[in-house]
Design a protein around this ligand. Structure first.
Ligand SMILES: NC(=O)c1ccc[n+]([C@@H]2O[C@H](COP(=O)([O-])OP(=O)(O)OC[C@H]3O[C@@H](n4cnc5c(N)ncnc54)[C@H](O)[C@@H]3O)[C@@H](O)[C@H]2O)c1
Length: 252
């Protein structure tokens, strides 16, 4: 594989599983030194081991990023270990789908802390850690739910739509410092995080409604994240890349 990310130091939040873990694996395969963040030590250890077993470079950042101090500490640790700081992927989320009458304050607070406020504090910490001359890249993981909503997703859709606004506003402000800020909007792909909401029947229906004829997977989404972090996207900022096999904007 072409090592176009050699020398880059990249932190990915919630990278102990799912999309974040695969993005970490792909970036390490392209030569990056990847800080693998998660709150669970065993997830971090397994993800780092997978990368190093494949010849990549990674280190663990065990940290709960749901507070400003938490994400600041994660960015600081990555910058210290790597000696520089080039990119942040705001990927972690804690998600519950609830019908309007069932929405509880504790659920909303936790979803906001991990999935929304951490994006703001992450951008703040990353911008401070990045070299003012060299700049860097920030990718926020949103969702197709930001663009087209489904049942029981008032909180989730709201947060993910908000992330697109944050992305554009941060891109406007940080462009002068050569920091690009983009978002990825994945469709539903099988991960630990989505297991509770999936079944074979629903997956088959989704695949049939998708122009490309299948569900996505973590590899598909991670490739989109890697593209936006990479220099291939050097003149791309304030964008939302929809990685969904075409399902969001079609009706078949
Ligand atoms: N999987 C999908 O179908 C899908 C679709 C659209 C968007 N997304 C988005 O992609 C991102 C990743 O989703 P996934 O399905 O891979 O998730 P996942 O649940 O499989 O993995 C998320 C990881 O984040 C970690 N995490 C949770 N709270 C944390 C915290 N406070 N601090 C540090 N780490 C924390 C978890 O321990 C877990 O390992 C999320 O933002 C999600 O909303 C996922």
């Amino acid at each position: 594989m072409h090592k176009d990310m050699e020398g880059r130091v990249i932190l990915i939040t919630g990278a102990g599983n799912g999309i974040g873990r695969e993005a970490a694996r792909q970036m390490a395969a392209r030569g990056a030194l990847v800080g693998v963040n998660d709150l669970k030590e065993e997830f971090v250890e397994a993800a780092v081991r997978e990368i190093t077993d494949q010849g990549g470079k990674a280190f663990g950042v065990v940290q709960n990023i749901s507070t400003r101090e938490g994400i600041q500490a994660a960015v600081r640790q990555a910058a210290q270990v790597g000696g520089r700081f080039d990119a942040l992927v705001n990927n972690a989320a804690w998600v519950r789908y609830q019908a309007v009458p069932d929405i509880q304050p504790e659920t909303v607070d936790r979803m906001l802390d991990v999935g929304f406020k951490a994006v703001i504090w992450g951008i703040q910490a990353a911008a401070e850690a990045m070299d003012p001359e060299r700049g860097g890249a920030i990718v926020n993981v949103a969702s197709t739910a930001a663009l087209r909503s489904t049942l029981n997703s008032v909180v989730y859709s709201g947060i993910k739509a908000g992330i697109l606004g944050i992305t554009r506003a941060a891109a406007a402000e940080l462009g002068a410092r050569r920091i690009r800020v983009n978002a990825v909007c994945p469709s539903a792909v099988p991960t630990e995080g989505t297991q509770r909401n999936r079944n074979a029947e629903r997956d088959a229906l989704r695949a049939a409604r998708t122009p490309l004829g299948r569900l996505g997977n973590v590899q598909d989404i991670a490739r989109g994240i890697c593209f936006l972090v990479s220099d291939d996207a050097g003149f791309i900022t304030a964008q939302s890349l929809v990685v969904d096999g075409g399902v969001t904007f079609t009706n078949i």
